[in-house]
Design a protein around this ligand. Sequence first.
Ligand code: NAP
Length: 291
Amino acid sequence: MAHVAFIGLGRMGHGMAGRYLDAGFEVAVWNRSRAKADDLVARGARWAAAPADAALGADAVITMVADDEASRAVWLGNDGAAAGMKAGTLAIECSTVSHAHALEMARELRSRGLVYIDCPVTGLPEAAASGKLTLLVGAEAADLEKARPYLAPLCTTIRHFGAVGTGTVFKLINNLMGAVQIASLAEGVAIAEQAGLDMNLVAEALSTGAVASPQVIRHSRRMVARDFSGASFTAALRHKDAAYAVRLAEELLPGVPVSRAALVAYEEAKASAPDDDEGKMIEIVSRPKQS
Ligand code: NAP
């Protein structure tokens, strides 16, 4: 039976780890705070004392943690997963990390004889728990073939962008554009409110008209209703992704004023309520400003 170690049991990782149990894998789990593992352990997962312990005997180690700092800690920190992995083991980074970090982890883990692929995902926590994610992969073709059996329980679609790092480049531009769209939607909704428009009609028109991207469809009614229940993507995570993307732009295409403006908007949202839903941007935008 194939063994996986799953590290990081937050909103996304918890559901993803459960997919391996459903698919009949032997699963070892570790999370910084233990309580999030309890129901997975009740379903048959092995609780590991540390990432290195989770990785013992694993054919693939999958990480789904917040950011670069967390990723470095779980791969290379004290008792990090790398310390427990045998040569040739797959190291699959599903967290959204910076491009520089993905390349650095690839170098570090390859130097230990491991096979690193970057594999950030799109899809909300419901998609994570039901195996309906889209995976954005950067990997050598042969490494991706080796990884496919371990990716299959997570997803309906695998998009292979090229060598290690390319999956992360795509994920970062995708989420940067999401930041721009949500910040712009918040401003449009706030202007319409100030003008006294029928906001139910505005929400319906936005979510069926020419600017109706999935982000606009998802957030327009929630913003109009100020309904942010069930936060699935937080202001802090959106800010992190936009910051990593703008850092990448600084190397490749300095300038990007629209992207920078969205980053500034999410700096404010993160400072105000980091763990709240990213759609609360409408509250930031609507606050009275000193003129
Ligand atoms: P989350 O619920 O906030 O979970 C974050 C995870 O990272 C938790 O397991 C947390 O441990 C762990 N963590 C944070 N700092 C750590 C550290 N220093 N050392 C070890 N572990 C640490 O976030 P999420 O929504 O699951 O997102 C996880 C990743 O998926 C992020 O990179 C995010 O950008 C990406 N993503 C999210 C979504 C979404 O819709 N939510 C969609 C696509 C991609 P604790 O439980 O102990 O705090």
